[in-house]
Design a protein around this ligand. Structure first.
Ligand code: G4P
Length: 282
């Protein structure tokens, strides 16, 4: 296991979220568009019951557009409402309101039939750390509020933030730790920056990245690192050694590994998605 997760925290967070779920009509489950599967938390499936949910693939600016579309098609086939967003740079959050209204159409129709004009739709953002919950919440509310309690174990009174169109949001996003079921998921989460670097061996992580790029985005690797076709065929660990020599960092493999990881995270190696569409996985 590359990364630890904390069952104690996990349970506390789960219980808190379960309580808050009772207060909302619909959940905004935020996932990382680069990791539509690995950035989910299966605990949410257990506690969400039949509460409607919208899956938001955030940080779509960093993800491979073809795979983002493949994931949206997949969710659509599963009749699971979903949307891809770049919440940091764009304010297309009207789309979230529209999709909430579509998903809750039956409920809204009922309000309207009963002559209720000032109905309120209540929602909350849930997701693993660093996936963009606070950014989305702030954009929906239209101002910068200090989002607090963004850690399991922090309790506070629930406040509702008003967004336009009868929408209200809980001011405290629900944080669920990623479920790291296997080493691959741990490495994917670490590479995207969702878990702390201290928990991972950086050389392992860079080797994982190099292998993934060799298999999936070799053109980008070739151009960015000025590799020959023969160099591209090296084993991932030999490629790291080659890059270490090439960058003149004198057998400091960790430094070379850091550079590869930074290049991935900063998008210097292009847009990427680490999870392929796998059937029967929401
Ligand atoms: P959280 O509440 O789920 O923990 O996440 P938060 O909104 O704090 O966002 C985590 C980081 O991700 C922030 O960067 C934020 O700016 C960035 N982010 C959020 N949405 C997007 C997006 O759609 N695209 C990209 N590229 N980045 C996004 P940070 O470096 O931690 O902070 P800052 O630089 O914004 O101050």
């Amino acid at each position: 296991m590359v990364v630890q997760w904390y069952p104690g925290h996990m349970n506390k967070a789960k219980n808190q979220i379960q309580e808050r779920l009772k207060l909302v009509d619909i959940v905004l489950e935020i996932r990382d568009a680069r990791l539509p599967l690995s950035s989910r938390n299966p605990v949410l499936d257990q506690i969400i019951n039949n509460k409607p949910r919208i899956i938001i693939l955030n940080k779509a600016d960093l993800a491979d557009p073809k795979l983002t579309q493949a994931w949206l098609d997949y969710f659509n086939n599963q009749k699971q409402p979903s949307i891809a967003l770049d919440a940091q740079h764009h304010n297309k959050l009207q789309q979230i309101r529209t999709i909430i209204e579509q998903t809750l159409q039956a409920k809204i129709n009922k309000y309207q039939r009963n002559g209720v004009k000032n109905y309120v739709i209540r929602t909350m953002c849930i997701g693993i750390p660093n996936v963009g919950k606070s950014t989305i919440l702030n954009k929906l509310v239209g101002k910068n509020i200090a989002v607090t309690g963004n850690k399991p174990g922090v309790t506070k009174n629930q406040n509702w933030l008003k967004a336009k169109n009868n929408l209200e949001l809980l001011d405290t996003p629900g944080v669920l730790w990623p479920k790291i079921e296997d080493e691959q998921i741990g490495l994917k989460l670490a590479l995207s920056g969702a878990v702390k670097d201290q928990l991972v061996n950086l050389e392992d992580l860079a080797i994982f990245a190099l292998q993934f790029w060799q298999q999936n985005y070799s053109d980008l690797l070739l151009t960015k690192y000025h590799l020959s076709e023969a160099e591209l065929q090296l084993t991932p660990s030999d490629l790291l050694i080659h890059l270490t020599n090439k960058w003149g960092v004198q057998e400091d493999y960790e430094r070379a590994a850091q550079r590869v990881i930074q290049d991935v995270r900063q998008g210097n190696l292009g847009q990427y998605t680490l999870d392929e569409v796998v059937n029967d996985q929401l």
